[in-house]
Design a binder for this molecule. Structure first.
Ligand SMILES: Cc1cc2nc3c(=O)[nH]c(=O)nc-3n(C[C@H](O)[C@H](O)[C@H](O)COP(=O)(O)O)c2cc1C
Length: 336
């Protein structure tokens, strides 16, 4: 068995906020966190809500501030402003596939504007006295673009390269290109973190083995199963990973419900149920079809609670992985 990879929680906009990090931190949690992205532009001021995930974070683990944008001066200014905060480093988003973002040449859009991307990386590297990391995909249209991207990344002293093993155009719908990640591990002079489709211990081990990456970053799989980090640690330590029951899932949902409510500025029960359903989209995958069906239609807090109590009030184990035909988790079985 190989060494245990470093484990990170993937940044996810409107999901990996302060309450979510605090909840997941109490359940084992990752070795480090990355904020949701700060959408930097000329008139941008650091968003208070995202800053709180740095200043009020009680996980005790390092956190990187992620920036997305294309305005070099603004990005450099924000890097300097971030020096006042207790961050581990700054991460640049080179992967967001939302058309509204990439059409403005930010996020994944920078992967097809490589000269501008390089100017941004150079300027940010110079501006950041501490750690500077990149989170990229393997190309914009095609993974053939990846070698040229790696050459650019390697020209700068990047501290960590995280790779979501899909192109921008592949969004979330395909298996991941583990061969690209493996190539990056061989060619990059900094450690590489592999990302995409890790949903349980066997996909974590598959990803680590296929790529040789120093670490794994887990996103949607950690919303569904926040115990995944400790389960992976247990598997590398030769121990049996914890079996997760419906009662465990119930208690996780209730803790998340209360923690998110405690951080909501003007608490509104109906809006809160809608907010929770964003998490439940992932959590419900693989529990059972009735739970998934009813929770999607819940409108009021009593309805939401009743569905959770009825479906999850027992100690039967939940499936380790989401269903293989899941539309939310596509192609993860290829990692096994
Ligand atoms: C709802 C959602 C929001 C996301 N927001 C961000 C973000 O703010 N920054 C970023 O780099 N990636 C973002 N991502 C991409 C994830 O960090 C990650 O790369 C992707 O989900 C693949 O990993 P996974 O299969 O473990 O989920 C987001 C993904 C999702 C599903």
């Amino acid at each position: 068995m190989t060494h245990q990879p470093i484990l990170a929680l993937a940044p996810m906009q409107a999901v990996t906020n302060l309450p979510f990090m605090n909840v997941i931190g109490k359940m084992g949690g990752p070795d480090y966190y990355v904020t949701e992205y700060f959408r930097v532009h000329a008139l941008y001021h650091l968003e208070k809500k995202i800053l709180r995930s740095i200043t009020e974070n009680n996980t005790g683990k390092p956190i990187y501030a992620q920036l997305i944008g294309q305005d070099i001066d603004a990005l450099v200014r924000v890097c300097k402003e971030l020096e006042a905060y207790p961050i581990e480093g700054v991460d640049l988003n080179l992967g967001c596939p939302a058309p509204v973002v990439y059409r403005k040449d930010a996020g994944g859009g920078l992967l097809r504007k490589t000269e501008h991307m390089e100017r941004i990386i150079a300027a940010m590297r110079e501006a950041i006295p501490g750690k500077f990391t990149l989170k990229t995909r393997v190309g914009f249209e095609h993974e053939d673009e990846f070698s040229a991207l790696l050459e650019i990344f390697n020209r700068y002293e990047i501290d960590l390269l995280t790779i979501h093993g899909r192109t921008v155009k592949e969004r979330y719908q395909t298996p991941v290109h583990t061969d690209c990640i493996q190539r990056a591990v061989e060619q990059m002079s900094c450690p590489v973190i592999a990302n995409g489709n890790v949903v349980d211990v066997s996909t974590a081990q598959g990803m680590a083995k296929r790529t040789g990456a120093a670490g794994l970053m887990i996103g949607r799989g950690a919303i569904r199963n926040p115990w995944i980090f400790d389960q992976i640690r247990a598997s590398y330590a030769g121990a049996t990973p914890q079996v997760i029951t419906r009662n465990d899932l119930h208690s996780y949902i209730m803790t998340l419900y209360d923690e998110i409510a405690a951080h909501a500025p003007n608490f509104d029960e109906t809006k809160h149920v809608q907010r929770m359903k964003k998490y439940l989209t992932y959590i419900s995958q693989g529990v059972d079809e009735a739970f998934e069906h009813h929770i999607r239609r819940a409108k009021t807090a009593p309805e939401f609670m009743a569905i959770c109590n009825d479906s999850l009030g027992n100690s039967s184990p939940i499936p380790i992985a989401p269903p293989e035909d899941s539309k939310i988790f596509c192609g993860f079985a290829a990692l096994r």
